[in-house]
Ligand binder design. Structure first.
Ligand code: SF4
Length: 511
C-alpha cells in the first residue's frame, strides 16, 4: 500500500478566477497550468488517445459525465468527484436525471486546500472512509478540471484498501474532448488494473460461470438486446459473446480480458483497445449492422479466430436472409443528415442507407481510428461525407445546406432543425435506444424514421403558426410590441471593429 509521500500540488491555477477556468473558456490556460503542475505526460496521453481537431473543447455536456456514468452503472463501485462545486452540481444533477439511483461522493476544496495540498489529504481520507469491502469492489476517484490543472496527484492514492481497489483518473474538459471518450478513460483504467491482477494470480470467475466456447468481448455501450443478438450470430461459428466493456461489475473485466478477440463496436475506445492488445487479444472493427456490415463482420471475426470458411458461411447463411427481409420490409424514402457524439453514427448511417435512405452527411464528435475504417470506406463509396470530430457548426452547416427530409442529431441540431421546419430526431434518446445489430436492428429504425419524415406537414404548420415569435431580439415575454434598438448593436459592432483594427495596427508596429 503506498502512502502519500510529498503530495503538495503547486497552485498552478487560481480557482477563484471564475469563468476564465470553466469549460467555456481558458482551456489553453488550464492546459498550461496542468503541464506546469507535472501533468504533461497525462495530457500527451490524452492527445494520443483522443486526437483533437477541428474542435477541441466540449460542445455538449461535461466530458466527465461519461466516466461518471460508467462508474455509477457498475455494481459495488463507489464514485467520488473532486472538482469545483458548480461542476459537481451539474454532473450529479445529470446523473440523477438519467436515473443513477446512487450517491456520488464529493470532496470539496477551496483556494487554501488546493494551494497547500490539503485537498489530496482530504481525498485520501475520504477514500479510506468509503473503502468498505462489504460494500465495494472498487472506488473511483475523478479529478475534474481544476484539480487536474493543479496536479492533484491521484496516482499517489493507495492502490487498494482492505481489498477495495482504488482507481484515480483525471478527466479534464481541456484534455478529453467528449463524454463518450471519457467512458474509455475509466474503462481503460479499470481494464489495466484487472489485467495486472490477472497477471499476478488467479482471479474471480464471472458470476454467471465461464463460457466454455471462445468469446468475443464487445467494446462500447449498446442496446441491451444487441449483445444477445450478437451471441446468437456467433453460435454457428462455435463462438460466444463475451462481456460488454464498459462492464457492469468488476469480475466481468477478467472475463472480457479472457476473450480471444475484442470487437470494437464503438471504435473510439483507444485506452480500452490498448489494454486488449497488451493482453494479446486481436481487435476487429465495425459491427454486425445491416446486410453488408453483418456479412463482413462475421467473416472478420471468424478469420481472427481461425474459424473454417464453412462455419463462417453457416453463420452468414443463418442470418443474412432474415436481415435482407427486414431491410426490405419497410423502406425509408427521404434524405437524412446524421450527427451525434455516441460513436455509433457511422453504423446507424449504414443501416439507414441499406434501408433506402439518402444520407449525404454523417458527423461524429469522436475521433477517427482504424476500427471505423471499414464503415468509413463503405459510406464514402456511397457518396457520404463523413466528418470526424464534427463540431456543432459542421453539423448545422450540413443541415442548412442539404435541407434534409429528416435531421438526426444532438439537441442543438434538433432544435435548429425544428426551427427550420425540418423533422428532427434526437440521436441519443431515439436512435441509440434501439437495437442496431443483426436481424433485430435491421427493422428497428424504419418505423421511427418514417414516422418522423411523415411529420413534415405538421412541422410546416407549426413553423407557420409560430413564425417570428420568440426569435432574435423578440425572444421572451413582451406585454407590448418588442422595443427593438438595432442602432445600439450597430454602434457596438463599430466600436468592436475599431478596437480590432487598433489591436491589429499595434501588433504590426510591434507595440
Ligand atoms: S469539470 Fe466539466 S463542467 Fe467543470 S469546467 Fe471542466 S469541463 Fe466544465
Amino acid at each position: 500500500m503506498s502512502d502519500g509521500g510529498d503530495i503538495r500540488a503547486p497552485l498552478a491555477v487560481d480557482p477563484g478566477k471564475g469563468d476564465g477556468f470553466g469549460c467555456h473558456a481558458g482551456a489553453s490556460e488550464m492546459e498550461a497550468a496542468a503541464r506546469k503542475a507535472g501533468n504533461s505526460e497525462l495530457l500527451d496521453g490524452f492527445r494520443k488517445d483522443y486526437p483533437l481537431g477541428p474542435h477541441d473543447k466540449p460542445q455538449s455536456m461535461c466530458p466527465a459525465f461519461g466516466s461518471l456514468r460508467v462508474g455509477l452503472r457498475m455494481r459495488r463501485v463507489a464514485t467520488v468527484l473532486s472538482g469545483s462545486a458548480c461542476c459537481v452540481y451539474g454532473l450529479t444533477f445529470v446523473s440523477h436525471f438519467y436515473g443513477a439511483r446512487r450517491s456520488v461522493g464529493y470532496v470539496p476544496f477551496n483556494s487554501e486546500s488546493l494551494v497547500t495540498g490539503k485537498l489530496f489529504e482530504d481525498i485520501r481520507e475520504a477514500v479510506y472512509k468509503i473503502a468498505d469491502p462489504e460494500r465495494y469492489d472498487a472506488v473511483v476517484v475523478t479529478n475534474l478540471c481544476v484539480p487536474t490543472a493543479s496536479g492533484v496527484p491521484l496516482r499517489l492514492l493507495p492502490k487498494e484498501i482492505d481489498g477495495v481497489r482504488i482507481i484515480g483518473i483525471d478527466v479534464p474538459g481541456f484534455g478529453v474532448p467528449t463524454h463518450a471518450e471519457a467512458k474509455d478513460v475509466l474503462a481503460g483504467a479499470m481494464l489495466a488494473y484487472a489485467r495486472a491482477e490477472a497477471e499476478a494470480g488467479p482471479v474471480a470467475r464471472p458470476s454467471g460461470g465461464r463460457d466454455t466456447r471462445p468469446t468475443v468481448a464487445l467494446i462500447g455501450e449498446m442496446f441491451p438486446a444487441d449483445p444477445m443478438v450478437i451471441g446468437r450470430m456467433l453460435e454457428p461459428m462455435g463462438l460466444a459473446a463475451g462481456p460488454v466493456v464498459p462492464c457492469r461489475e468488476w469480475r466481468e473485466l477478467y472475463a472480457a480480458l479472457d476473450c480471444g478477440v475484442a470487437a470494437a463496436i464503438h471504435p473510439f475506445y483507444s485506452a480500452t483497445m490498448r489494454e486488449f492488445e497488451a493482453a494479446g487479444r486481436s481487435l476487429v472493427g465495425s459491427a454486425p449492422v445491416g446486410h453488408d456490415g453483418t456479412a463482413d463482420w462475421l467473416a472478420n471475426i471468424g478469420a481472427a479466430y481461425g474459424v473454417s470458411s464453412e462455419k463462417i458461411a453457416a453463420a452468414q447463411n443463418a442470418f443474412l436472409p432474415a436481415i435482407r427481409g427486414a431491410l426490405q420490409g419497410s423502406r425509408v424514402k427521404g434524405t437524412i443528415t446524421l450527427s451525434g457524439y455516441e460513436g455509433s453514427e457511422l453504423l446507424v448511417a449504414r443501416l439507414l442507407i441499406e434501408s433506402g435512405a439518402e444520407v449525404p452527411y454523417v458527423g461524429t464528435a469522436c475521433h477517427r481510428t482504424e476500427m471505423s475504417a471499414a464503415d468509413r470506406d463503405w459510406l464514402e463509396a456511397r457518396g457520404v461525407k463523413v466528418k470526424y470530430r464534427a463540431s456543432l457548426e459542421d453539423d448545422l452547416a450540413a443541415m442548412e445546406a442539404i435541407r434534409p427530409d429528416l435531421a438526426i442529431g444532438t439537441t442543438p441540431v434538433v432544435q435548429k432543425g425544428k426551427a427550420m421546419g425540418i423533422p428532427s430526431l434526437y440521436f441519443t434518446n431515439l436512435i441509440s435506444a434501439r437495437p442496431l445489430m443483426g436481424p433485430a436492428g435491421a427493422g428497428s429504425l424504419q418505423e421511427v424514421v418514417n414516422a418522423a419524415i411523415g411529420n413534415k406537414a405538421r412541422m410546416d404548420g407549426m413553423k407557420a403558426f409560430f413564425e417570428g415569435v420568440g426569435e432574435g431580439d423578440s425572444a421572451g415575454v413582451w406585454e407590448g410590441s418588442p422595443n427593438l434598438q438595432p442602432q445600439y448593436r450597430a454602434l457596438r459592432q463599430k466600436k468592436l471593429e475599431k478596437a480590432a483594427r487598433a489591436a491589429d495596427h499595434a501588433g504590426k508596429n510591434g507595440n
